[in-house]
Ligand binder design. Structure first.
Ligand code: UD1
Ligand code: CA
Length: 453
């Protein structure tokens, strides 16, 4: 039978060291709030309900934590009396009765479901408290895990530790799993008789043991349990996240020449045999199908790139850019809210916005869809197999039929029927010998000026 699980997520911190106008758990990692990463990890560990312990920015934090597969409830911690007190803020949720209680922190966003599942697996073995620990070269500031005969006997906070205890390098991440049936009783027994005068959640270990319960610690990578207190740590966490995700993608068959220069978002999807060249930035909402190539220095956001399509170098795909199979968007092109049909080419120096480009059409260098009249956006529709000559302005709303030609340098303001040629430019005139006349006149003017000076 599946065990039920509630996650209590502590996010009531003041975020003082972030020096920010918002709670630190709202700061983005890979394009979404830290708290949303934590929520994804708990959801993946079979958590059906989450109790958020909030303080500052409570409404926004609660909103950012929402997801369809977890029921989220916020509990306001009135006074910051310590982590033990913070968990008790969610008393009403815990009281509903769950097999497992998972404690997570809103500012530890690299946490994985695997680690949480490992902790839950211990609870299923009749353990009362499972603490997630990590080994570190620099344990200063962390609670130390004191282990005897393979069992965790206590967590000692830095301020309360002896010199000997401070030498321990196995530390408390703060995350733990507690047997649901005992959780409230254990939490209620935690006192505040310590160096900080706080209710330490960590005391739950000794409390559980004093009642004959079993307590253990499991190990997880230090990087996964990195917390965020300031902007430098935020950037470090971003780096770790990017490294992890790039590796996953490469292992799944995506090629990257210089992965350390490729930036992904939390929801980036890239298929097998896609190639991502150096210095590519991918914002939220991007899917790149297998076999597509993103050339160097391209920026993508809210875009869909189908199999065999190529983008860049130096291309910008904005939200709603949708490239069909084998389409090409080349250097210094910007595409926004536009479909580029199969095999169509937009190769150089072009803006395509609010548009449909039919399959196999060729959009010449410097083509601009003039989609905005200063107040409204309008559409440009280009049929299949059309040819737009270089440096054309397509003033929307306008449509170009299948197989039509637009002469270079045209300003197209009226619809072009299929297979027609549209010329929207001044007719060329030739004046024989006129250049010589102009040149002589200029020379004479210069000679006159230098005489006066
Ligand atoms: C805590 C642990 C320590 C562990 C460390 C890992 C305790 C007593 N100590 O220490 O063993 O090594 O985390 O980072 O638990 N919070 C609230 N309300 C409160 C107090 C804290 O919501 O009243 C939240 C904070 O916002 C934070 C988390 O709980 O997200 C941890 O609190 P913090 O004060 O940073 O604990 P530490 O002293 O670092
Ligand atoms: Ca801390």
């Amino acid at each position: 039978m599946e065990r039920s699980c509630l996650s209590v997520i502590l996010a009531a911190g003041e975020s003082t060291r972030m020096k920010s106008s918002m709670s630190k758990v709202l700061h983005p990692v890979a394009g979404r709030a830290m708290i949303a990463h934590v929520m994804q990890a708990v959801a993946g560990a079979g958590v059906s309900a989450a109790a958020l312990v909030v303080g500052r920015d409570a409404d926004n934090v609660t909103k950012a934590a929402q997801r369809p597969d977890v029921q989220v409830e916020a509990f306001f911690q009135k006074e910051r009396l310590g982590t033990g007190n913070a968990v008790l803020a969610a008393k009403d949720a815990i009281e509903r009765g769950y097999d497992d209680i998972l404690i997570a922190y809103g500012d530890v966003p690299l946490l994985t479901s695997e680690t949480l599942n490992a902790a839950r697996a211990e609870l299923a073995q009749d353990v009362d408290v499972v603490v997630i620990g990590f080994h570190t070269a620099n344990p200063t500031g962390y609670g130390r895990l004191l282990v005897e005969n393979g069992e965790l006997v206590a967590i000692r906070e830095e301020k309360d530790a002896t010199d000997e205890e401070r030498k321990v390098t196995w530390c408390n991440s703060g995350l733990m799993a507690i047997k649901g049936a005992k959780a409230l009783d254990l939490l209620n027994r935690i006192g505040n008789n310590n160096a900080k005068g706080e209710y330490y959640l960590t005391d739950i270990v000794e409390v559980a043991r004093s009642l004959g319960g079993k307590t253990v610690a499991i190990d997880a990578p230090e990087t996964e349990l990195t917390g965020c207190n300031n902007r430098a740590e935020l950037a470090y966490i971003e780096r770790l996240w990017q490294e992890r995700r790039r590796n996953e993608l490469m292992i799944s068959g995506v090629s990257m020449i210089a992965p350390e220069t490729v930036f992904l978002s939390w929801d980036t999807v890239i298929g097998q045999d896609a190639l991502i060249e150096p210095n590519v930035v991918i914002g939220p909402g991007v899917t790149i199908e297998g076999g597509a190539v993103i050339h160097a220095f391209s920026h993508l956001e809210g875009a869909y790139v189908s199999a065999g399509a190529t983008v860049g170098p130096y291309a910008r795909l904005r939200p709603g850019a949708n490239l069909a199979a084998d389409a090409k968007v080349g250097n210094f092109c910007e595409v926004k809210k536009a479909e580029i049909g199969a095999g169509a080419k937009v190769n150089h120096l072009t803006y395509i916005g609010d548009a449909f480009v039919g399959a196999g059409s060729n959009i010449g260098a410097g083509t601009i869809t003039c989609n905005y009249d200063g107040i409204n956006k309008h559409e440009t529709r280009i049929g299949e197999g059309a040819f737009i000559g270089s440096n054309s302005s397509l003033v929307a709303p306008v449509s170009i039929g299948d197989g039509a030609y637009v002469a270079s340098g045209s300003v197209i303001t009226a619809d072009v029927p299929e297979d027609a040629l549209a010329l929207g430019r001044a007719r060329q005139e030739i004046k024989e010998g006129r250049a010589t006349v102009i040149r002589e006149r200029a020379k004479a003017l210069k000679a006159e000026k230098s005489k006066k000076a």
